[in-house]
Write a protein that binds this ligand. Sequence first.
Ligand code: DOR
Ligand code: ZN
Length: 469
Amino acid sequence: MPSKNSHGTSRAVGHLGERVAGNLLIRNSAMVTAGRIVEGDLRVAGGKIVAVAPGGGLEPRNDELVIDGDGLHLLPGAIDPHVHFREPGQPEKEDLESGSRAAAAGGVTAFLDMPNNIPNATNRTTLETKIALAGKKAVTHHGFFIGATKDNIRDLQSVEGMDGVCGIKVFMGSSTGDLLVHEQKHLENIFANTGGIIATHAEDEERLQARIAEFGHRTDISSHAECRDVECAFLATKRAAALAKDYDHRLHIVHLTSGTEADWLTNNKGDLVTTEVCTQHLTFDQDDVEELGERVLMNPPIRYTEDKETLWKRLKDGTIDCVVTDHAPHTLEAKSVGFPKAPAGMPGVETSLPLMLTHAMNGKCSITDVVRWMCEGPAKVYGMRGKGSLSEGMGGDLVLVDMENHRTFTDADTWTRVGWTPFNGMSLTGWPMLTVVDGQVVHSRDQGGSLRGNEVAMPGSAGRVLEFD
Ligand code: DOR
Ligand code: ZN
C-alpha cells in the first residue's frame, strides 16, 4: 500500500495523515452483493459498512483512506469456519499469529479454530487462554470450538453462549490428536445436555479401527481412501443426524467427502443439520493422491472423481452449506516418513479463496456462488452477527480481488509457518490485492509484486472475538 492499478496509477489516494482508523472508501469496484455484481462505491466508517452505492458517486472525505477499485472485484471477507492453528502446543507449525496472517493473505477475515491442541481445548480456561492469545496475536476475527470428551459435559455447558466460542467439536472417529467420543451413551449425553452447535468429524471409530488393522500391510497411499472408506463416513454421518433429530440439537457435519453422504443428506438434512466441503475435496481426486502423495494425505481422505463431482452438484443445489479448508499444518519433514505413518492434514487457509475463484473463472461456478459458499454460508451456519455480506450495517470486512491475473503459487509464497502448499505449482487467479478487517487494511499485494504480498497490520491490532446468535 499504496499499490498500482492496471493503469499503473497509485490506488490509494487518501490523505493518510488525517484519516481515522476504520474509515475507508473503495471506489469503482465490481461489488459482489446479494447474489449480484454491481459497479460502484462502498464506504466503511468506524469499522462498519455505512454506504453501498451502485453506480458510484460517493465523494471522498479527508478522514478516510480512498482506494481505487477499478478493474477489481470487491467481496465480503471470506470466513473459514474450519482451521487447525496449532496454538497452544505446536507454535513451530502454526500459531494464532502466523495462521491469522495466512488467513489475511488469502482474503479470509474471520476463522473458527479447532480444539485438538496440546493441551486440547476442552474447558473454559483453555478457551479463555486461546481467546486472550488471539486478541494479542491475530489480525483477523476469530472464534474457537470447545472439544468434547466422554466426560466433560460441565465444561461444554460452561462456555455456552460465551463470545468467541462457536460450538462443540466432536471427533466421532480418531484423527490428529486424541480427542474422541464414539460410544453411543457418551454421544447421547452430549446431544441431550448441551446447546448451540455440535460439529462432528463423522467417521465410525469401530469400522475405522477394524479396517486400519486389516489394511496395516498396505504402504501404497491409494489404500488410504480404501481403508477409511465411504462406509466409515456414511455410518457416522447417519448416526450423528439421528442424534440431532432425537435430541432436537443443531448439528454441523464437517468436511463431507463422499457422494453417498451428500446424496443422502439432500433428503435427510431437515432443519437441524448443515454441512461443509473442503476446497481440496472439490479439487483433488485419486490421480492427485497418486501424484502428490503425503502432501494431500488427510482424514477423511481425498476420494474419487465421482465423489468430487457429486460434492460440486450438492454444493450447487444447496445441500452443502459452505466451503472450508480444514487448514491442518504439518511439516513436510513429518510428512516425509511416508505413508502410512505420515500425519494427515494439509494447509489451505491462504489459498481457498483464489482456488475457488479460479474454479469460477474455469466455469465450475460463479463468483456469486463463491461468496454464497465462503462468506454468507459460514456466517449463516454459525449465526455470526454482522458478517458475510456487503450491506449497510455489516462489519467492514472486505477483500478486493483481481480476477484477471493468473499467477503460479508455490511453497515459497506461503505465510503458513510450515511453509508449503498442496497447490504448489498451480496457476491461480482471484488473488486478494487488499484484505480489510473492520475498515483496517491487514494485508496487501502490489500489481506485479511478490505473490506473498505485504503484512500491513501489527499482531493484535485488528480483528475481534466473533459473536454468535
Ligand atoms: O486430516 C486431518 N487433519 N483431519 C483431521 O480431522 C484433523 C486434522 C489435523 O488437525 O491435523
Ligand atoms: Zn479438521
